[in-house]
Design a protein around this ligand. Sequence first.
Ligand SMILES: [Zn+2]
Ligand SMILES: [Zn+2]
Length: 154
Amino acid sequence: MIIFGTRNKLKTVGTGQFYCPRCQAQRTYERKTAKRYFALYFVPLIPMGDLGEFVECTTCHMTYNVDVLKTKAPVQQVGAVELLNSVKSRLVGGDPVEYVVRDLTAAGIERDMALSLVQSTIGDKRKLCATCNLSYATDITRCQECQLPLPESA
Ligand SMILES: [Zn+2]
Ligand SMILES: [Zn+2]
């Protein structure tokens, strides 16, 4: 008996970060193409056509149309407390204020809002790296970029 039929073959063509609507968080995705093959004894032999591309969340394994990659994380999905905590832990951990603000604005937060978030976590005082022009929370002793000790007063 000859067994034949069609099989779908998946190929991962790319990977990256996206906002998964199901996880409601930034996740890693795999972009895959599906092709239909004519198969003999379950061995895919002859390509029979494209089934198209899709995106799969590697966390929840939900699949989406590739358009999902254009979806931006809705800002209101991030809880204010969560946001404050992440800002604080980054600044206390030695990330420059400029980088934190840049990431916040990239996530869709107004610059003024980002700056006041920073201020509400570490206050007004900053230490400034004269070499990189980056500013840090006053507890930070070394510049993350150039690894030079930060001056005592800013
Ligand atoms: Zn997901
Ligand atoms: Zn520096």
